[in-house]
Design a protein around this ligand. Structure first.
Ligand SMILES: C[S@@+](CC[C@H](N)C(=O)[O-])C[C@H]1O[C@@H](n2cnc3c(N)ncnc32)[C@H](O)[C@@H]1O
Length: 461
């Protein structure tokens, strides 16, 4: 962690010297064009306001210095208190009460990463843990697999090609982190089911924190009703789509050994980030409290230790078992400034305004992920990318697949819908909120891959 922070700080300083710009200016520029390319009704306008920070706690040394955001959570708490339900258990107010207690317990404040983790995955009140469907038009955002079946089908092509590159082994674990509704995996299994050797080798391993989403995934994959959320090891589920066995896991550790393909789509952006502020007294971690002072920010960097730990574990996994990893997300080569944002009802909201009710996400630092692989040359694992989503999907045959689907479309309207979906996946346009045109995801979203020793460069990279 210390090494990662020092590396990011060095890189930022180097970058600033080289480019003559300040990181906070860069972060602002990034956020104005930034969109999670979801149906953000305000046309990808960046988050409402940046977190304000102020150094606090007069320490003698650098150790323990903190920068505390005192701006926003109080507003949410006050609003909730006015509504008279701030401490009501089992309601969304429950998360505010929980955060308040966590802050008191920690001496008044918590790191941004803890705030993000609690907001997204608190067992009772976390955003992803609710029964509400957060995906699609009626939810808060739309992701690529939900836009077009072609997305999951092409990831299936990628997986089948990697399987062949691995020498078509008798067993293949396909692991997906954060499968959402399970749509990508369903399209992947459907798209590859005619490929008999692949189909017979595959078992599916879903790593999902949300019991509610595990149930949705079971339905989408046609595994029948998932009665227990502790599905791992307890029962045998088989997808009617291609007869593959399906398992749910809490983490990578329990996925059985053997050749492995890993897919992470919009997963790394959901992992908590820590934010560090360069103040007059050096680098300080940003914390969140319920106090209400404010001050100007200087500079900010973001790190996601859980992303780095997971990427490191994935290198280890494919080194020992052979395989490949594909991650698609929005992000930069890094290092990053303040990219944390919140989306609710297809609009950006302040990250502190609706804890547990809005999706929180942050840009992925692809450079940091690649560096983890480069620091382990003895593993034999090779990392490729990031490349744009456009490049990846076009290389995998998006156009011929679309042509085929359009040919077989049952109506003009269906054909139009198919074309529009694919245009959005690989398009570059900024979108037009006035006329309801969503921004293209072609270059905003990027893919990074790694393959085990001896495997060729994967298609698309
Ligand atoms: C932004 S959604 C992406 C869903 C899906 N991949 C898609 O593209 O439609 C993030 C997913 O990651 C899951 N998730 C978030 N944090 C997680 C964690 N720490 N462990 C496992 N799953 C997590 C969420 O429940 C959700 O399924």
């Amino acid at each position: 962690m210390r090494r990662a922070l020092a590396r990011a700080a060095r890189a930022i300083d180097g970058e600033r010297r080289a480019r003559g710009v300040a990181i906070d200016a860069r972060a602002r520029a990034t956020t104005t064009t930034r969109t999670r390319t979801r149906d953000d009704g305000d046309g990808g306008r960046a988050r409402a306001r940046a977190l304000a920070t102020t150094p606090s706690r007069e320490d003698d040394g650098r150790r323990g210095e903190i920068a505390i955001d005192r701006s926003g959570l109080r507003r949410a708490l006050e609003g909730r208190a006015r509504a008279g339900d701030a401490r009501e258990e089992g309601t969304r107010g429950g998360l505010l009460g929980h955060l308040e207690r966590a802050m008191k317990f920690a001496g008044g404040s918590i790191p941004v990463s803890e705030y993000v983790r609690e907001c997204l995955t608190h067992p009772e009140y976390g955003y992803y843990m609710r029964d509400a469907d957060v995906f699609g038009k009626k939810g808060d955002f739309v992701t690529s697999p939900e836009i077009s079946q072609v997305f999951g089908e092409l990831i299936g092509v990628w997986a089948a090609l990697q399987y062949e590159a691995l020498g078509s082994p008798d067993t293949l674990r396909i692991v997906e982190f954060g499968p959402g509704r399970g749509t990508l995996m369903a399209d992947l299994l459907r798209g590859t089911r005619k490929f008999a050797k692949f189909r017979d080798a595959v078992s599916v391993h879903l790593i999902e924190v949300s019991p509610a989403l595990r149930k949705t995934q079971a339905k989408t994959l046609r595994c029948g009703e998932l009665e227990t959320t502790a599905a791992e090891g307890n029962a045998r589920f088989v997808s009617e789509i291609n007869d593959a066995e399906v398992f749910w896991h809490d983490g990578l550790e329990s996925v059985p050994r053997g050749p492995t393909l890993v897919i992470c789509h919009e997963f790394f952006d959901a992992l908590p980030v820590r934010q560090f502020q360069r103040t007059e007294r050096g680098w300080c971690e940003k914390l969140i409290t319920i106090d209400s002072e404010k001050a100007d920010s200087l500079r900010l960097i973001e790190l996601s230790p859980p992303s780095m730990t997971l990427w490191d574990a994935l290198v280890d996994r494919i080194e020992k078992n052979s395989g490949a990893v594909l991650a698609i997300d929005y992000g930069e080569e890094g290092p990053l400034g303040n990219t944390l944002e919140a989306i609710k009802d297809h609009k950006f909201v302040h990250v502190l305004d609706s804890p547990g009710e809005a999706d929180l996400s942050a840009y992925v630092d692809f450079g940091a992920l690649r560096q983890i692989v480069e620091e382990k040359p003895q593993s034999g694992v090779k990392c490729y990318g990031p490349v744009t989503q456009q490049q990846l999907l076009l290389s995998l045959g998006l156009v011929p697949r679309l042509e085929k689907l359009v040919e077989n479309a049952s109506s003009e309207a269906q054909a139009d819908e198919l074309v529009q979906g694919c245009e959005r996946l690989v398009g570059d346009g900024a979108g037009d909120p006035e006329s309801g045109v969503a921004p293209g995801m072609g270059s905003r979203y990027k893919a990074i891959a790694m393959v085990s020793r001896g495997l060729p460069k994967p298609v698309g990279f």
